[in-house]
Design a protein around this ligand. Structure first.
Ligand SMILES: Cc1ncc(COP(=O)(O)O)c(C=O)c1O
Length: 392
């Protein structure tokens, strides 16, 4: 797709990466071939030398996967993107592609549970250590830097407590320390914020979530400049074998067509629900950066063009949280987020259950905390369902 002026996010999600002019089938056919025939011996030899872009083998490249990579790169304002089999494949691959024996990572304690688990339990076996921070301000990150810090890892807003980090300031902290900055942009999505424009080196995503948007495909992606993305692709996809299946790429591309429309609806609904739930008598606290009382409100208002489509709220205790989960009818009690349907999760017993109990407590993941990943249903229907489940 070529154009003389920068397109908006909605236009990009429909047209980016697509052949232009659109001729033949408008929708990319699903290419399920594991190997590709060569036109000549010269082409085959050139493909292995890296002299041409001929498709060789499904784990090295596939037209559906590459179309998706071009689309995500355009949405994130990245030079390149490498798709992977899941968000965790993208995150582990990105980290391993830049870290080795003796390297150090600084990461928040309270983020999507599997990421700290990777950093706490798996990477130390390869000689990669992590300092976890509770204070996700630039000062908190700076204080945790060491002589061998290679990566400063950010998730903002964070899962599940919606803590907000000043991306530009932390990217600067990393740069001055000679480290790379990586942001997990799954919660915010490029609809709300584009971390590469704020100076970070790499963005990672669970595409399973809002990018796919329909809860029917697992996938991940790393986006950034060509050299870093190529390193991540070489390791994650070619070396470790975490290639995205072509059918999943097609589903996620299809989901992306309506990305901006879905995000417009879901972010607006989440923002209204956050305000309404704040005055509900059974709700002790709501975590959403749109609320002036949220500690990250000022930063989020500056760095995000819309507030996230996820909020979390606290009820009295585990018993009350159980009653809400068992009481909802329209809202679906399930893990994950970014679906067209609104999903309610109890992080302490599910997605954050692999965190040590002490870390959970320090991170504010209480037994009464519930996470609501807002979909595209009507706001009044969602509120009525939650109000009833809360015993309103
Ligand atoms: C913020 C965040 N990052 C990464 C992941 C992992 O993604 P995946 O399940 O696609 O591996 C998740 C999953 O919930 C997530 O919430």
């Amino acid at each position: 797709m070529t154009t003389t002026r920068a397109l908006g996010l909605s236009s990009l999600s429909v047209h980016a990466g697509e052949p232009s002019p659109a001729v033949g089938p408008l929708e990319a056919p699903l290419v399920l071939s594991s190997a590709f025939g060569f036109a000549s011996a010269e082409e085959a030899e050139g493909a292995f030398r890296g002299d041409n872009d001929a498709y060789v083998y499904g784990r090295w490249g596939n037209p559906n996967v590459e179309l998706l990579e071009r689309k995500v790169a355009a949405l994130e304002g990245a030079r390149d993107a490498a798709a992977a089999a899941s968000g965790m494949a993208a995150i582990s691959g990105a980290l391993l592609s830049v870290c080795g024996q003796g390297d150090h990572v600084v990461a928040p304690r309270s983020i999507y549970g599997e990421t700290p688990r990777l950093l706490r339990e798996r990477l130390p076996r390869l000689g990669i250590t992590t300092t976890f921070v509770d204070d996700v301000s630039p000062e908190g990150y700076r204080a945790a830097l060491g002589p061998h810090t290679r990566v400063v890892y950010v998730e903002t807003p964070s899962n599940p407590t919606l803590a907000v980090t000043d991306v530009a300031a932390v990217a600067e902290v990393a740069r001055r320390a000679g480290a790379l900055s990586i942001v997990d942009n799954t919660f915010a999505t490029p609809y709300c914020q584009r971390p590469l424009e704020l100076g970070v080196d790499l963005v990672v995503h669970s595409m399973t979530k809002f990018l796919c948007g329909h809860g029917d495909a697992i996938g991940g992606v790393v986006a950034g400049d060509r050299e870093l993305v190529e390193r991540a692709r070489e390791l994650t996809v070619k070396g470790l074998g975490g290639a995205l299946a072509p059918f999943n790429a097609l589903l996620i591309c299809r989901g992306l067509r309506t990305f901006a429309l879905r995000m417009r609806a879901a972010t607006a609904t989440a923002t209204s629900l956050a305000a309404r739930l704040s005055s509900h008598p059974a709700v002790r606290r709501v975590h959403h950066p749109s609320l002036p009382a949220h500690p990250g409100h000022a930063i989020a208002s500056r760095q995000m063009r819309a507030m996230p489509a996820i909020l979390s709220f606290e009820v009295a205790d585990l018993g009350a949280a159980r009653r809400v989960r068992d009481g909802v009818r329209l809202v679906t009690h399930a893990v994950s987020l970014g679906d067209a349907r609104t999903l309610l999760t109890h992080p302490a017993s599910t997605t954050a259950s692999t965190m040590p109990a002490e870390d959970r407590a320090r991170a504010g993941v209480t037994d009464g905390l519930l996470r609501l990943a807002v979909g595209i249903e009507d706001e009044d229907d969602l509120y009525a369902d939650l109000d009833r489940a809360l015993g309103g």
